[in-house]
Design a protein around this ligand. Structure first.
Ligand code: DGY
Length: 335
């Protein structure tokens, strides 16, 4: 699909990606415009660099709105995001112009589920707090009857908000730890499908959101962000949680009303929280969460394993090559 014998197809890569994906693009002999600074481009920079490109490889830190799409111009055929979520892309505008949107689909499901379950263990058993204590030289008396006493994980109830691919994999891990599972989902999962997914079906039950709040020892948010899930976890939800419970969010920050969560943590309405995502990323230096002992805070690293990031890089690049070569069926597209 070369425009002429001399002009190469132009691809904008908005941040550095692992070598494997870059090689895919290099082998296809594109003219690569790469932001190699690792800092997200400002909207004005993004618009400038996107001019006349045939494809954009972007990240969830880039807002690909109508302005950017318009700035790119009529050559733009595909926006390929190095993520599973694509709420940062104006899907309607892209569809209107017949621009394809590529994403990384299920590549990161297992890796994100690993991290999610890690957070359950971390917050319940105070792993980060205990590590900090030892490293700060505050471990005084060896074994201690009341040192860093936490909450069990086995035998407890895990409430999963959003039983999609990641939710299902978290449930699988939780069953291995002897937890009971209750879940909510936008669409109810048919019993035969549930039995298929979990032969040990007795320990997994559907529940309404408020029942999930009041019965869970650990609530984990793993649904996608949309107009129905925006601030789904708010003051009302948290006020129904057990005083001994923990909230974990590995999905999107805007699903949890952060102000309400901070207020609840301060008043000890729940025992703690573990967050990988926030309403604003990165957190500002004066965010109150940073001073709280009863929270574990991660910098949005759900998919951050070398293996998975390599696969994401390759997939995001292949989506571009596939679409630019007219083999859409080989690409992972949302449209
Ligand atoms: C995604 O892909 O949506 C994650 O949040 C980032 O890896």
């Amino acid at each position: 699909m070369a425009r002429s014998n001399i002009s190469k197809l132009k691809v904008l890569v908005t941040r550095p990606i692992p070598e494997i994906g870059l090689n895919v693009l290099k082998e296809a002999n594109y003219d690569l415009i790469i932001n190699s600074t690792n800092r997200p481009l400002k909207p004005s920079e993004l618009k400038h660099m996107a001019k006349n490109v045939d494809a954009i490889l972007c990240f969830l830190t880039d807002t690909i709105d109508k302005d950017v799409i318009e700035a790119a111009g009529p050559n733009l055929k595909i926006i390929s995001t190095y993520s599973t979520g694509y709420e940062h892309i104006d899907v309607i505008e892209a569809k209107k112009r017949n621009i394809k949107i590529g994403y990384t689909g299920n590549i990161l499901t297992q890796t994100t589920a690993d991290l999610a379950f890690g957070l359950v263990l971390c917050v319940g058993r105070r792993i980060v707090e205990a590590d900090n204590l030892v490293k700060a030289g505050k471990w005084k008396y060896g074994w201690c009857p009341d040192l860093m006493v936490g909450t069990d994980v086995h035998g407890k109830t895990l409430g999963i908000i959003g039983m999609g691919k990641i939710g299902t994999e978290i449930a699988r891990r939780a069953l291995g730890f002897g937890m009971k599972i209750i879940y909510t989902n936008r669409t109810s999962i048919a019993r035969p499908n549930l039995i298929n997914l979990f032969p040990n079906f007795t320990d997994i039950k559907y529940s309404e959101l408020s029942e999930l709040a009041s019965r869970s020892d650990y609530v984990i948010v793993c649904c996608s962000l949309n107009k129905d899930s925006y601030h789904l976890v708010d003051k009302e939800f948290i006020s129904q949680m057990k005083k001994t419970a923990f909230l974990i969010n590995i999905a999107r920050g805007k699903i949890v009303n952060q102000k309400d969560l901070i207020a609840a943590l301060k008043k000890k309405i729940i025992t703690g929280a573990a967050l990988d995502v926030y309403e604003e990323e990165p957190l500002s230096k004066n965010n109150q969460l940073l001073k709280m002992k009863n929270v574990v805070l991660l910098p949005h690293i759900g998919s951050a394993s070398t293996e998975t990031r390599n696969k994401m890089s390759e997939r995001a690049a292949l989506n571009i090559v596939n679409v630019l070569q007219g083999s859409d069926e080989k690409a992972l597209l949302i449209n």
